[in-house]
Design a protein around this ligand. Structure first.
Ligand SMILES: Cc1ncc(COP(=O)(O)O)c(C=O)c1O
Length: 362
């Protein structure tokens, strides 16, 4: 046996690392980032604040001030606290690690966010994917049957879902949360909440097994890596035990505290992106050869239905025109011939639309 075979778990050796393509020189519409930056005066003030940060010191791991600001500015109900993660990716890992009892399972609708399955595998949990319906809504009967059969320790529901953009029916979600009951936790992942304007956060008190997870990434701060989750104090304190003590660095902490004092700037950017989303939906709906799906997020899923081409061809033709979107067709059978594009500024959306029209014609 080689060194690698001796030491690395077979399921890890079988995994393919999460791939992030090089986007240098491209119009970057593959990762649901907010295209807008902060206004210049705020950037200057932020620079002054960051210059004063004690980078020679470890962070204070309670993160009391940042947590209080998140609770206050981002709609966490009174009496609920948050646990912070280095992006919600780290929160997902923490949940997996904390729940990785022998034989425990993680369940989520598929296609969904890939890190639910990857993180489960990293921690040695079995992942059960329950296919969505063809219109990408929840298959409630199949979800309830899978919950009954597998008794998952963790169930993820992304609200809205990635890569489909669809907001699941809230009553279906409640039925799922109730069906799981005290045999598992249901994580409602609201990464795209600023674009959906719908949330389970205000409903936390109704369900002991509910965790609501969010990130500041899609709001305009993907680079600082900060996610948060809320739920009952009992659950949060268990998840907090597996959190690396200094997981939020002092620069992220200072930047987030500063930006949250100016949250209205990010809210206005999200509102502009919601408007742009509707314009882009209208333009794509009018375009022969593509079908666009309804979206409550800052991205759109579309299917290439033109007879003379395919999503693979359109994706490559867009790359030649220096526009990078995401080719999701290989992720799941339900996504055959589908592409996902981030909603951006009016200028970038026009560049994308022009390139798409040319790509469909080529
Ligand atoms: C549904 C969903 N959850 C979580 C994340 C990860 O967010 P973060 O940047 O906070 O790690 C993403 C990123 O695309 C996502 O789509």
């Amino acid at each position: 046996m080689s060194l690698i075979e001796n030491i690395i778990r077979p399921e890890v050796r079988a995994l393919v690392a999460y791939h992030v393509p090089d986007s240098t020189g491209f119009v970057k519409l593959d990762a649901m980032e907010n295209p807008y930056t902060l206004p210049q005066e705020l950037r200057n003030e932020l620079a002054r604040r960051l210059a004063d940060v004690a980078m020679n010191r470890y962070p204070v791991p309670s993160y009391r001030a940042l947590k209080a600001k998140i609770c206050d500015k981002l709609g966490v109900p009174a009496g609920f606290d948050v646990v912070l993660g280095n992006g919600s990716d780290e929160l997902i890992s923490m949940i997996s690690v904390a729940c990785a009892k022998p034989g425990a399972k993680v369940l989520a609708p598929v296609p969904g966010f890939v890190m639910y399955a990857m993180s489960a595998q990293f921690a040695g949990l079995e992942f059960v994917g329950v296919p969505l319906k063809a219109d990408f809504m929840l298959d409630k009967a199949a979800m309830l049957a899978a919950i009954e059969q597998h008794k998952p320790a963790v169930t993820y529901l992304a609200y809205p879902n990635n890569p489909t953009g669809i907001l699941f029916d809230a009553d279906d979600m409640v039925d799922i949360i109730r069906a799981v009951g005290d045999s598992g936790v249901v994580v409602v992942d609201e990464a795209y909440q600023p674009f959906a304007q719908a949330s389970f956060m205000p409903r936390l008190a109704e369900f002991d097994n509910l965790i609501v997870m969010r990130t500041v990434s899609k709001l305009g701060l993907a680079g600082i890596r900060l996610g948060y989750m809320s739920g009952s104090a009992a659950l949060l304190s268990e998840f907090d035990k597996v959190r690396p003590p200094y997981n939020i660095n002092v620069l992220t902490q200072a930047a987030a505290e500063f930006v949250l004092d100016h949250a209205q700037v990010l809210d206005a950017q999200a509102a502009a992106l919601r408007d742009e989303r509707e314009k882009l939906v209208a333009a794509l709906t009018a375009l022969p050869g593509v079908k666009v799906f309804p979206s409550a997020a800052n991205f759109l899923l579309m299917r290439v239905e033109a007879e003379n081409t395919s999503a693979n061809n359109v994706f490559s033709a867009l790359l030649e025109r220096k526009v990078l979107i995401k080719n999701v067709g290989r992720m799941h059978a339900l996504l055959e011939n589908c592409l996902r594009v981030t909603v951006s500024t009016p200028e970038e959306n026009k560049l994308f639309l022009d390139a798409l029209k040319a790509s469909l014609a080529s």
